[in-house]
Write a protein that binds this ligand. Structure first.
Ligand code: ASP
Ligand code: MG
Length: 410
């Protein structure tokens, strides 16, 4: 008998009819002889509504009460699914975070899971129940309700799969899996059959919004294989798992882009110890994350520094940077908000050379100027003018052979 975790996202439980479909799918797995744990999100749009209500009452609502409120969306779906399953003749029991319990720290609205009690769930399963658990929520050691951050029910599902040593962790969503790039930009984008944790982390942080990043970190730490798949069909989705030789053979697994950053350059910075720290410390103190940083070789005792920050923090960052630049005696500050970051991701890069130069050539052939470059072991990113984003993503997708393979008769 296998123990399976089945997580359904907001669109999959978006209305009564869809909840019934989820119940059928869950029942089928149970009928196949599995022990089944279901983890649910709130109905699509519900959490947004709750957040808006809290904000309508107060600009920055009390954090404890905010979590009490936004955690309620999942209470609705777990009870409805349990009622539905019982109506179909199955034994089902719903569990809120504190009833499991899913113990977290007390960082309201972004709590981290510390421990999951498995006894009650096991008992429920052994008594022949389908266990239906609220995603997104937990409880701190003082009994306060906490939530795990937006999209957190993915992390709930993976953590529960790890704690109960489940054989399968299926994440059912409204897409067929993880794609080689955004299908809205490139219709030829193809579904990836399997992807390593590290690639998925790069893809997620770069904007492929299929899984909450933290769920992938969790899965990597505990070796949980995640199967991302559609709740509307039976097609196999994407396995997110440990790297294997087959993955190494593929040069590039996916192309991502991010239009959410802005670029700041500081010119003629005196080349002395401590200047970078003087520039960047105020940003980190203001909780502004700096992404790419480039410092040029100094000439005549002066150097130029260019870096990117989230566009949403751009105005705040600029004020801080201008002040710091003046203090360290730099010459001037220039900015560019119309940039995009285009990245190629793949574990195959580790063992193959020439991947980056293929990328640069492909962009050059289209006359796209590269403003900044950064690389890691499994990723190369280029900053370009954002009006070329689509073109860049398309040519890179093409040059690395990621398009759907046509099925042809010999
Ligand atoms: N309902 C929560 C949200 O919308 C958690 C989730 O769906 O994963 O963020
Ligand atoms: Mg989600």
């Amino acid at each position: 008998m296998a123990l399976v975790v089945m997580k359904f996202g907001g669109t999959s439980v978006g209305d009564m009819c869809r909840i019934r479909n989820v119940a059928k799918r869950v029942a089928k797995s149970f009928d196949n002889g599995n022990q089944v744990i279901v983890v649910l999100s709130a109905m699509a749009g519900e959490t947004n509504k709750l957040v808006a209500m809290a904000r309508e009452m107060e600009d920055s609502p009390n954090e404890r009460e905010y979590d009490v409120l936004v955690a309620t969306g999942e209470q609705v779906t777990i009870s409805l699914l349990s009622i539905c399953l019982q109506g179909m003749g199955y034994k089902a029991r719903s569990f809120l975070g504190h009833q499991v319990p899913i113990i977290t720290d007390n960082a309201f609205s972004k709590a981290r899971i510390e421990r999951i009690g498995d006894r009650k769930i096991r008992e429920a399963l052994d008594e022949g129940n389908i266990a239906v658990i609220a995603g997104f929520q937990g409880v701190d050691r003082d009994g306060n309700i906490t939530t795990l951050g937006r999209g957190g029910s993915d992390t709930s599902a993976v953590a529960i799969a790890a704690a109960l040593k489940a054989d399968v962790c299926d994440i059912f969503t409204d897409v067929d899996g993880v794609y080689t790039t955004d299908p809205r930009l490139v219709p030829e984008a193809s579904k990836i059959d399997k992807i390593s944790y590290d690639e998925m982390l790069e893809m997620a942080s770069l904007g492929a919004k299929v899984l909450q990043i933290r769920s992938v970190e969790f899965a990597k730490k505990y070796g949980v294989v995640i199967h991302v798949r559609s709740s509307f069909n039976d097609n196999p989705g994407t396995l997110v798992m440990k790297e294997d030789d087959e993955m190494e053979a593929v040069l590039v697994s996916g192309i991502t882009y991010n239009k959410g950053e802005a670029k700041i350059s500081v010119f003629n910075v005196p080349d002395q110890p401590g200047v970078a720290s003087q520039l960047f410390s105020p940003l980190s103190q203001a909780n502004i994350t700096v992404d790419m940083i480039i410092q040029n070789v100094s000439r005549g005792g002066f150097t130029d520094l260019t870096f990117t920050v989230p566009r949403t923090d751009f105005k705040r960052a600029l004020t801080l940077v201008k002040k710091a630049a003046e203090e360290i005696g730099a010459d001037g500050v220039e900015t560019d908000e119309n940039i995009a970051k285009v990245s190629i991701v793949g574990v195959g890069m580790r063992s193959h050379s020439g991947v980056a130069s293929t990328m640069f050539q492909a962009l050059a052939a289209e006359g796209i100027n590269i403003l900044m470059i950064s690389t890691s072991e499994i990723k190369v990113s280029c900053i370009i003018n954002d009006k070329y984003t689509e073109l860049a993503v398309r040519v890179l997708h093409d040059i690395f052979g990621l398009a759907k393979k046509d099925v042809k008769e010999e």
